[in-house]
Design a protein around this ligand. Sequence first.
Ligand SMILES: [Zn+2]
Length: 287
Amino acid sequence: MTADVTYAPDRIGYRYGVADDNYSKGYHRGQDVREKGPRGGSVVTQVDAIDDGVVVYVGRPNSLLEATVVIDTGRAEGRFESHSHMADVCVSVRDRVTSGQRLGRNAGMDERPGFIDGPHDHVTITDRLDGAWMTWVGEYDPLPFMQAAYARATAPASPSPNPLEDDTMLMLKINSPSGPHLCSLSTGVFRHFIPEDPTDKIMRLSRIQDDWQDVELSELPALLRTYGCDLAIWDLQGDKFVVLDPLDGSVKSGNMWSAANAARAGVAQVKVTSEQTRAYLAKLTKS
Ligand SMILES: [Zn+2]
């Protein structure tokens, strides 16, 4: 997954701290963010907030920085994040912004470009609101701030504490001789809903009712294997489709059937009634 933010690693331009006599301090005080065009020149890009914060300044502090936005991020060190050489600004003072939010766009090729690099976002991080243009104020290398924000934006979502809220969960309507049975299936977890389960709970799990997928009972073993529920035990009992708790073979709902549970109990202990289930189990214990 890549975050579509302008400070992505492949857009890091002219580095902070490079010695350069064009600047009054003798070096580049900011970190440039740009996108190379097909002929090597920079192209217009959007300008994104690096961290969450509140817009505390929109204006033109001088002719070098041009249109500039400053965000108060509240950080203990490097509290103010400023973006310069902007063409259009789409935020206002007192706006609350979040990391990755569009602030506007860079100056285009035909507009006045930035001092060095053609159109780019010149980012300065300091401890003062006006630190970007008060050159006697110390500043920080913005790159680590960008890298940290990028890492947060691209980090895989932490696993849900409740696997039933997993986005990849399939909602199955399994057709059996006794009628359809509602089940959910996600990685490693198979769950069978019985009429005693509250309807609103089942609906909440499915989110969109139309998402129920019709599945034949005979297709279930293959589906379970695909989702890593190889040892979940389903059965037909008294002409009813049920899922057996692999711990003791009892019919249960509202529980999770996992390979780990089944391994602990040993699939052989489960009392099965249908030939289909028996054949499935025989295949499992053989392999
Ligand atoms: Zn710059």
